[in-house]
Design a protein around this ligand. Structure first.
Ligand code: GLC
Length: 562
């Protein structure tokens, strides 16, 4: 049976919001954010128009990698609360029409997980084969580690049993042997557990690593099938378990060029990941913004493989990690770094930036508003990282990627309203300086109609009212202005034209629509300036510096003038 026949496709025009429970809101006053704190802010999120929360790992963890090193896949970190608090959060979210997904880490565990502790005790341990071991010296693998600043390679020698174990990330994050049927059963059981508690799916961490069975070849006695069969099996399992609650999603982290991403969807009609972050378009978008030139982004959108009804691209500007630029050429990468991270301390591992957007744009509100308008009009589903909606900045004093994971700034008061604890007891420092809470906070943004928060709320509302954006087919429109990205999205007879000026100077975009009819109206969804078209003459649309317009194409006698 096709998945669409049973599934609800709610995610096709959802607005996803990523939360780090650790830094969102501390309801108990101990200095660490907690699940109850998130529950208290569900109405704030509903008001913005968010309808899917993505919770970053909340499981027990030694937190060498912000919780992505999990010590108990069934647990809730007691600093955040307990299972009851999670169920309460899910219940309140569902009551407001908000779905909840959580990180699913299947590539590795923490080295403190009982499986790994047992595995390294003896070669005969029942869970030895849950991980990947080799007896021969792997040689230099420094090119393959994801964390070149912290690790020498992807294999670490274990004294006790005299073998090396595999870890693509930190050596405290041993890779699971996902070719082992017992590991697969454990993963399925664990997914079933969280779905039963009410989750609506998962953000699947580091997918290409998790099914990279090539690395395992030669080191294991298991029969190897086509690695994508495993992803297909996981999706099938998810769909069977979630059929009672509409549908659940697997939103995968697959940082690869578009053609390779298609393999992780399982082709355009997709029976593997439901959604994938579009890292390729994200990186071309930053190159386009650095150059004030639409071409790199227009090319990415034109060459992006079209998807069928079920699969979906998820778009983002920033996330909780570094802004990685690894899919750009070296020259392109240097251009983006030069424009947006002029100082060495703003960079991460030679491949990205540890900054949030406002810092990169030196706080220019016009450029920020244009960038979020672009995010909501890229074909697909937009994903926000907490704090983006109020324009939070990074704290470069905090090491590594934590620079963008500082406490949410709720008010201008003590600890930014995040916690009532002593500042020295906070699990992470609040950002200071130009982007500190006295300048950037949710309470003031709520009162100011011109704030980024209100802008994003308006965009979210229009996005939800415009199914073309989440569902439509995209084509690029020529305007003769190199700074302007003009694209058209069409779905079931409805069309929108989106214009974005990536440059700081005002300009005029000149374009003609395909099958343009006399009397067609371009209705501006963000202002009251509509314009009527002739059959053949081009439209001349003025755009301010970093200006943008969302235009719905409506016929003269069309009563859908909304
Ligand atoms: C993903 C996460 C990142 C984490 C890594 C290892 O890339 O987004 O934060 O460090 O996986 O789990």
């Amino acid at each position: 049976m096709r998945i669409t026949e049973t599934a609800d496709l709610w995610y096709k025009n959802a607005i996803i919001y990523c939360i780090d429970v650790e830094t969102y809101l501390d309801s108990s006053g101990d200095g660490t954010g907690d699940l109850h704190g998130v529950t208290q802010r569900i109405d704030y999120l509903a008001e913005i128009g968010v309808n899917c929360l993505w919770l970053m790992p909340f499981y027990p963890s030694p937190r060498r990698d912000n919780g992505y090193d999990i010590a108990d896949m069934y647990g809730v970190d007691p600093r955040y609360g307990d299972h009851g608090d999670l169920v309460e959060l899910i219940r309140v979210a569902h009551d407001r029409g908000i779905r909840v997904i959580a990180d699913l880490v299947i590539n590795h565990t923490s080295d403190q997980h009982p499986w790994f502790k047992a595995a390294r005790r003896s070669k005969d341990s029942p869970s030895r084969d849950y991980y990947v071991w080799r007896a021969d010296d792997p040689g230099d693998t420094s090119e393959q580690t994801m964390f070149p600043d912290e690790e020498d390679g992807i294999w670490t020698y274990d004294e006790r049993t005299g073998e090396w174990y595999l870890h693509h990330f930190l050596h405290t994050q041993p890779d699971l042997n996902t070719a082992n049927p017992q590991v697969r059963d454990e993963i399925a059981k664990m997914m079933g557990f969280w779905l039963q508690l009410g989750l609506d799916g998962f953000r699947v961490d580091a997918v290409p690593f998790a099914i990279n069975q090539e690395t395992l070849l030669g080191h294991d006695e298991h029969e190897f099938e086509e690695p994508h069969d495993y992803l297909r099996a996981l999706r099938g399992f998810l769909q069977r378990r979630a059929s009672g609650q509409g549908s659940a999603v697997m939103l995968g982290e697959v940082n690869l060029p578009h053609e390779e991403q298609l393999d992780f969807f399982g082709g355009a009609e997709g029976d593997q990941l439901t959604m994938q972050f579009d890292f390729f378009t994200n990186q071309r978008l930053f190159l386009a913004m650095a150059r004030h030139e639409a071409a790199p982004l227009a090319e990415a959108l034109s060459s992006r493989p079209a998807l069928g009804v079920e699969p979906q691209y998820a778009n983002f500007l920033r996330n909780h990690d570094e802004l990685t630029l690894d899919l750009l050429s070296e020259d392109e990468r240097n251009e983006v770094l030069g424009a947006f991270a002029p100082e060495e301390q703003m960079r991460f591992a030679g491949r990205g930036l540890r900054r949030r957007l406002p810092g990169m744009f030196e706080g220019d509100p016009r450029r920020l508003k244009m960038a979020y308008s672009l995010l909501f009009t890229l074909p697909g589903t937009p994903v926000l990282f907490y704090g983006e909606e109020i324009g939070m900045g990074e704290n470069l004093e905090v090491p590594g990627r934590e620079a963008v994971r500082t406490p949410m700034q709720w008010t201008a008061g003590k600890n930014a309203g995040f916690s009532t604890a002593k500042p020295s007891a906070l699990s992470r420092e609040v950002t200071q300086g130009a982007f500190g809470p006295e300048h950037v906070n949710a309470a003031e943004a709520r009162r100011d109609q011109d704030s980024l928060l209100h802008h994003i709320t308006r965009l979210a509302k229009r996005y939800r009212e415009s199914p073309e954006l989440g569902w439509g087919a995209c084509s690029i429109i020529q305007t003769g202005v190199s700074e302007v990205l003009a694209h058209q999205l069409s779905w079931e007879g409805k069309t929108m034209v989106l214009l974005h000026n990536l440059g700081p100077e005002p300009t005029v975009a000149d374009f003609t629509l395909e099958d343009q009819q006399s009397g067609t109206i371009l209705m501006d969804l963000l202002s009251d300036e509509s314009c009527r078209l002739d059959r053949s003459s081009s439209s001349r649309m003025p755009l301010g510096g970093y200006g943008y317009r969302w235009l719905r194409v409506v016929g003269e006698n069309d009563h859908r003038l909304l």
